[in-house]
Ligand binder design. Sequence first.
Ligand code: C2E
Ligand code: CA
Ligand code: CA
Length: 689
Amino acid sequence: MHGTYNLWLVAASLVVASLASFTALDISGRIAMLQQSRMRHVWLAGGAASMGIGIWSMHFIGVLAFELPIPLGYDFGITTGSLVIAIVVSYFALWVINGAKLTARRLIISSVAMGIGIAAMHYTGDAAMQMVPAIQYDPWLFAASILIAIGASGAALWIARTLADVTQDKVVEKRLIAAVVMGIAITGMHYTGNAAANFLPNSICGAANSVDGRWLATTVALFTLAILSITLVLSRYDARTSVLAGSVSRLNGQIVRMASFDTLTDLPNRRTMTERMERAIKNALAGGSRFAILFMDLDGFKTINDSLGHTVGDEVLKAFSKRLLQCVRGGDTVARLGGDEFVVMLENLNVPTDAEKMAERILEVMRQGLVASGHPLQVMPSIGIALFPQDGASVDELLKHADVAMYEAKRGGRSTYRFFEASMNEAAVRTLQIQQALHDALGSNFFYLLFQPKFRGKSGELAGAEALIRLNHPELGMLGPMEFIPIAERSGQIVQIGYWVVRETCKHISQWRTEGRPPVKVAVNLSPRQMTETDLVQNMIRIVREQGVSPDLIMFEITETVAMQDAPRTIEMIHAFQESGFEIAIDDFGTGYSSLAYLQRFRAKQLKIDRFFTNGLDENGQEGRAIVSAIIALAHSLDMDVVAEGVETGSQLDRLEDMMCDEMQGFLLAKPLSADAFGDLLVPKTVSA
Ligand code: C2E
Ligand code: CA
Ligand code: CA
């Protein structure tokens, strides 16, 4: 027995299926925006009901489109049953679309469940006709219809999931197209199912007297259209009220993003890094694996920031973070902890040398240089490496130890890397103690100055002094500048300490003055970090003025190496000092690589020959003497006085005098003295005699 299709009804079934799909997609978007769980639930239930009715009525209209040459009817109970199945399937679908992350596995399982659900609804619907003899199904087409149902469900779930994000462009258009695709898929399943059904000759419809087919078709179609339309209108209306909620949730998303990512570089921030490290620790413990933390900061970043400005500094950080990302593998984490501090986490490390390779690679890439705001720069990191589990059991410990290793890398000449070692920890503890001691010292007067006299070559008269700082800490005891100045330099505390030294020097000069002693010139050391302070000269002027001391009694010593680092800037600064009345000496001469052109342009008052060369006068024989005499001749030709440092023996003194060295400083003549002891040297000979 063959049936025919009523094409109008077939078309209607397609429209209804597409409309049902569109409603479902629209509702999913709505549910995705809803924060409140109660409203979510209402929409989920309501959405499932209208979508279920939609699919069911599509199916039903499809069934009615099929006309058999015998009277047809439907059993009310079974028909209702198929509707319930449709609603349950729809609920399930909406739940999947809006639930947890749709992994491939979840998608497959859900599609199979949903496909079988739809097929169950379809064949339950067929059963409502109660054909006698029963409908016979072609097994291949039957299987095909189930497969189509599963495939269509998978596509529907995937599309709906993707389109649930209401912030996309042209979301309504995309949903319309997707709805038609889904409609075709659902209808396709239905008609394949129908094709599978074989009505045997002389079948009678057992339900023919239950509900009249034609009446049912019209009612169902209208009813469904009404329900779907109402649902859509409600969903749209609710959308408007939800837009606010939506923008709040977007804002919320932004806040979450800001809290987790660094705004400048878009890298994970400290908080996120901490979380990821905690997870890495758990994973490593569970899997018996290890991971590495590479802690780095940029050498000389402060100088770039100070001299080229913050915009360039920001560009450098961005460029650096990009390079860093190029170096790492897919699963590695790169984070910016703040300032110029970056961390790379390498998980699932096979051997520690992998971390080493990564460090080398980063250094290699950075050596190529970068361009920030048109400035070609070479910005190199120093890298410290800590390994889990051997170098620390917690995030804090690992980061601290990687940081400690990084400082070792810096001490080892910068632009290099170091693995953490336990001995570094002791050094780091000492460094921290000293940093704290420096902090205490500024507040509590634990610093004091010694003054080492300088004498004139031929006459042996007192020519001045060099102020040398000491720290006497109640717990750490006496500390020399060789130990704490580099630490103060790194922490930036040197800036405040430097101002203290000048103020204290001025106080002593005034004190000697009030004691009736003749005025004396005192040299004060400047360290590299102080030289980057833009208002250094003004601050120094202010300090000497406050203390009522004439600037020409203060001479600043700048080491040759530092002076040559950025010679044009040094020239500017030296001239600013000189214009204000201060004098300048080039310290530790011979250890840097001076360019004569610059040396001339510095127009410094003094050149201090490094202790190494003074020592060489005795030790290196003829050659040692030739060097010193050349330096002296050079200085004189540039109109500078020469001071020999570290004069320890009489023969050194004699030779220096022969070479016309202007001033001598060293243990042979005087050790660094207390302010009082030095003051006593100042008393005019006539008085003391
Ligand atoms: P420097 O500027 O080269 O200072 C001279 C250092 O040589 C002083 O060591 C001094 O005690 C030492 N010295 C003097 N005569 C002799 C000698 O005949 N033989 C030997 N072997 N050494 C001699 P000190 O006081 O330990 O200072 C070391 C360094 O610390 C200084 O080297 C200077 O770079 C730095 N420093 C000292 N005071 C200050 C300060 O107030 N500010 C800054 N920024 N640095 C300072
Ligand atoms: Ca010095
Ligand atoms: Ca020196």
